[in-house]
Write a protein that binds this ligand. Structure first.
Ligand SMILES: Nc1nc2c(c(=O)[nH]1)N[C@H]1C(S)=C(S)[C@@H](COP(=O)(O)OP(=O)(O)OC[C@H]3O[C@@H](n4cnc5c(N)ncnc54)[C@H](O)[C@@H]3O)O[C@H]1N2
Ligand code: MOO
Length: 396
């Protein structure tokens, strides 16, 4: 049998994202909205500032009256405005965030003002321009402005923006339910008793950690043995948006994830990607659940989770741009030419350059733990020299 050609990474990502629909939206208080994606455009319900404000503690004056002297006629503090009018030669004591009184157009900061009873004099250089030291009405935004677009991430700044724009709650997509199963007869729960060729199960905890900043509810399906009947039964009962498995994705006699998925009534959409590490990754569906079969090698599971699982969750949770973003970095040491698989090399940044680990075996977690980025080597990339620019995916 001639094996199918491996699927390019970007094509596999597009095919995976084509499998999903956004989950329904819900309303959440601002303090629960972090890390979610806006399910609607967020519009300003008010103008900010709603009126001209002072940006400094000082004296509200008419610019044309400088250098004074000024007669003090009142005070304006944040939340307690001055209701009179500042006339020629007059001033109002004003504080940061307080409304500018009618008639005044500039603020003289208090460090540059001298006070003698109710007479204020300019003692420093003074404001250099009309409107100095104040914030005009609508400086930040005005009612009706689109502040955050549907599908943008709700960062801390955007949440503060929404609050200031008059929102107490936001529409977001509900959390994504992700069931995680490890597979393999050799696996023992972490911290458990190890005998013979047993191996601690590390992928489950790694995946939960990798998803910690995403809106997910994880469901722990534990460790499934390499038995078709057990895996089939487990897959058939899954109640989640996404089922992620690790291990058993390759071509060995004990690699049962695909056969179990099919036996449980699911279907495979694609399998095997032009990717290193992570070639044997599989994607499919069972009922409404999207299934991602990640390879068992921990680094392969990590890389495929970064490239496929996180974007899948982001897309379901409403992200307009769910794919990971790479940045440019300067290579510290030469790299050989690449073959047909897109490579993600564990690398460390030092002195503004990135250095790939010498050994890139996909079982090695220490090199992954020390890496702060993955150097992306496209298929058939030419040999690269120190000083060349490369694309990197930040992982720490
Ligand atoms: N003849 C071929 N053999 C292999 C191929 C191939 O194309 N032809 N692909 C290789 C590649 S690439 C990878 S990656 C691995 C992945 O295969 P599986 O997904 O079937 O993974 P397993 O065989 O189940 O496990 C691989 C390795 O990882 C350990 N493991 C598994 N699960 C966990 C876990 N939850 N925590 C910690 N460690 C885990 C497992 O013990 C194995 O050592 O296949 C190659 N083979
Ligand atoms: O694709 Mo495998 O992950 O190279 O070891």
């Amino acid at each position: 049998m001639i094996p199918k050609p491996l699927l390019p990474v970007t094509e596999a990502q597009s095919r995976l994202l084509a499998l999903v629909a956004r989950v329904p939206s819900e309303t959440q208080p601002l303090r629960s909205a972090a890390g979610r994606w806006a399910a609607t455009d967020i519009l300003a319900r008010r103008t900010q500032p709603s009126t001209d404000l002072s940006a400094m503690d000082g004296y509200a004056i008419r610019f044309g009256d400088l250098p004074g002297p000024f007669a003090l006629i009142g005070e304006s503090a944040a939340g307690r405005p001055f209701f009179g009018i500042v006339g020629t030669g007059e001033t109002v004591r004003i504080f940061t965030g307080a409304a500018m009184p009618n008639g005044a157009d500039t603020v003289m900061v208090q460090e540059e003002a001298g006070r003698d009873g109710d007479i204020i004099n300019l003692t420093g250089e003074g404001p250099h321009r009309l409107g100095g030291n104040m914030r005009g009405k609508g400086l930040d935004f005005s009612t009706g402005d689109v502040l955050v677009r549907h599908g943008e991430r709700l960062t801390a700044a955007r949440i503060a923006l929404a609050a200031t724009a008059g929102h107490g709650t936001l529409a977001v997509n509900r959390p994504i339910r992700v069931a995680i199963a490890a597979t393999g007869d050799e696996l023992v729960p972490p911290g458990g008793q190890i005998t013979g060729a047993d191996l601690p199960e590390g992928n489950g905890a790694m995946l939960v950690a990798l998803l910690a900043d995403l809106p997910v509810e994880t469901i722990d399906l534990g460790i499934l043995p390499d038995r078709l009947d057990v895996m089939t039964a487990a897959f058939g009962q899954v109640d989640a948006d996404i089922l992620v498995t690790t291990g058993g994705a390759s071509v060995g006699d004990h690699d049962l994830v695909r056969p179990a998925l099919e036996a449980a009534g699911g279907s495979v959409d694609f399998w095997r990607i032009a990717l290193r590490p992570g070639k044997p990754m599989m994607a499919g569906r069972i009922g409404e659940t999207v299934v991602l079969g990640l390879p068992g090698n921990p680094v392969s599971a990590f890389v495929t989770a970064m490239l496929f699982l996180r974007p899948l969750i982001a897309a379901m949770a409403g992200a307009a741009n769910p794919l990971p973003v790479t940045t440019t970095a300067t290579l510290g040491e030469p790299l050989p030419a690449n073959d047909h698989r897109q490579d993600y090399l564990r690398a460390e940044s030092r002195d503004g350059r990135v250095f790939a680990s010498t050994i890139q075996d996909s079982s090695m977690l220490l090199t992954l733990a020390r890496a702060d980025c993955l150097i992306v080597r496209p298929p058939h990339a030419h040999a690269a020299a120190a000083g060349d620019m490369v694309q990197v995916l930040r992982i720490a």
